[in-house]
Design a protein around this ligand. Structure first.
Ligand code: GAP
Length: 456
């Protein structure tokens, strides 16, 4: 990552190139919502595909689900979200803005204290003692801290009373827990096995912005490993390593990643840690791995009245499985991927912005560029053949140098140039985005050559 990369620079690069636009842009936006553009949606889909391949397709005894976003409200009673999925918020009485007390302390103390372990009273005392003022207007004029539930509510049917209140799910995990019995029965899977899901989640977050780091609507990629209690510690370590390796395979530099154990464990959890990434805003959570004991299935047994007991087919032992959860936000991973890929490179006679994505997740794999417009027939043939196999783009506007730069800044790993020799020798020049090296290759060899480079 370029040291000088700031969030502002990244936001403007993303908007200019079509990765990410502000949500509802022509209506002056809606805070903390963003839309993915033509390049962004490709990147996001490729990240999801890579994750699914690693954690479902190649992961022993793991199965996917795609559960409904709207669930029976009983699910959220059982999970504890109705009672306690909240943030400590304070209002500035002068400028009428709302803030998270823990974020105010974190920003003030720069990591010297851990607000997660403080009570509301302790946070209020800290804010008073250090005279932490409103970051918006600079006044010290706070309401007391109140807990605000983060779940978005909506209502079924036409009557907005409590009977018809339902929630947009704040995490995908519960869709995996409530389908434990269904998946086990239909796949005849034996514990230990895993259930994975990729899908939208919604949280009514008050955030300081920070682009797609924390949004009110986002996608999660979650994998729950169901196992015996005495296997959970080993799976916890396994998923820590799998989560880490996945990031390395996407091209992350190890020095930009670190494990962080949770300072405060949920009462049911046996262990929990995050992988933090060095974002332009500093070290922040990228994903979590949690040993959740058998709390989730026990709670669903209690609230739904359905037995979650699993019978081991060999030993006949009956038990409620424990869960090791690995959870990563797709949008947050995409943000980290953008940060990691971005480089402003000084060349001998030029500068370029280049996005060094792993080829497997790059939005376009190939750009086809005729050296001159009168070579476009041959170039279109090559393009039309390759686009049957890979996401490709075609560009014949401007000098070849400018066209290379356009592809560099959206991270296209291979540019193919059709020149006059191509008409005679059925070969093209292929240029590597990172090294900028070029070599000739037969048109008939292109498909295999590129496919090999895209393996993940
Ligand atoms: N099921 C466990 C769970 O939801 P979490 O730590 O609240 O745990 C998991 O969320 C991951 O989801 C985080 O590590 C982060 O990558 C992503 N995430 C959470 N809240 C987010 C938000 N408001 N915007 C974007 N990503 C978010």
């Amino acid at each position: 990552m370029d040291n000088k990369l700031t969030m502002e620079k990244l936001v403007s690069h993303c908007k200019a190139t079509g990765f990410v636009y502000p949500g509802s842009d022509i209506y002056d936006g809606l805070a903390n919502t963003w839309d993915y553009g033509p390049i962004g949606v490709e990147l996001k889909n490729n990240i999801k595909r890579a994750w699914w391949k690693r954690f479902v397709q190649e992961n022993e005894n793991s199965y996917g689900v795609d559960a409904a976003i709207l669930m029976n409200p009983g699910v959220w009673e059982a999970s504890g979200h109705v009672a306690s999925f909240s943030d400590p918020k304070m209002d500035c009485k002068t400028c009428k803005t709302r803030h998270r007390a823990d974020n105010l302390i974190e920003a003030h103390a720069k990591g010297a204290v851990t607000p997660d372990t403080m009570t509301n009273e302790e946070m209020e005392a800290y804010i008073a003692e250090h005279h932490i003022c409103c970051p918006r207007c600079g006044n010290f004029n706070w309401t007391p801290i109140r807990q605000f539930n983060l779940m978005f509510e909506t209502s079924r049917g036409t009557i907005g009373d409590d009977q018809s209140k339902i929630y947009l799910r704040p995490e995908t995990a519960q869709g995996e827990f409530v389908n434990f019995l269904n998946v086990q029965r239909t796949t005849r899977a034996k514990v230990p096995f895993g259930i994975a899901q990729i899908g939208k989640a919604f949280r009514n977050e008050i955030t300081p912005g920070n682009f797609i780091f924390r949004t009110i609507e986002f996608e999660q990629m979650e994998h729950q490993q169901f196992c015996k209690a005495d296997q959970s510690e080993s799976y916890y370590n396994t998923y820590k390593q799998k989560a880490w390796q996945f990031l390395l395979d996407l091209g992350f530099n190890q020095s930009h990643l670190k494990f962080k154990d949770h300072d405060k464990l949920a009462h049911y959890a046996a262990a929990a840690c995050d992988i933090n990434y060095l974002f332009p805003i500093g070290w922040s959570e990228l994903n979590g791995v949690h040993n959740r004991t058998n709390y989730d299935l026990s709670r669903h047994q209690e609230y739904s009245g359905k037995s979650m007991l699993y019978t081991d087919p060999i030993t006949n032992e009956k038990f409620i499985p424990s869960v090791v959860e690995y959870s990563i936000g797709c949008d947050r991973l995409l943000l980290a991927t953008l940060c990691e890929a971005y480089e402003e490179q000084q060349l001998e006679n030029d500068t370029r912005i280049v996005m060094h994505f792993a080829p497997a997740i790059a939005p376009y794999k190939v750009a086809v560029l005729p050296l001159q417009k009168n070579l476009s027939e041959k170039a279109k043939d090559v393009y039309n053949n390759l686009r049957k196999h890979f996401m490709c783009t075609y560009d014949e506007a401007g000098s070849i140098g400018k066209r290379y730069r356009r592809q560099d800044q959206i991270g296209t790993p291979y540019c193919i140039t059709i020149d006059f020799d191509s008409l005679d020798d059925d070969s093209v020049t292929i240029r590597d985005r990172d090294s900028m090296e070029q070599h000739r290759i037969k048109i008939t060899d292109l498909k295999n050559y590129i496919a090999e480079k895209l393996e993940f």
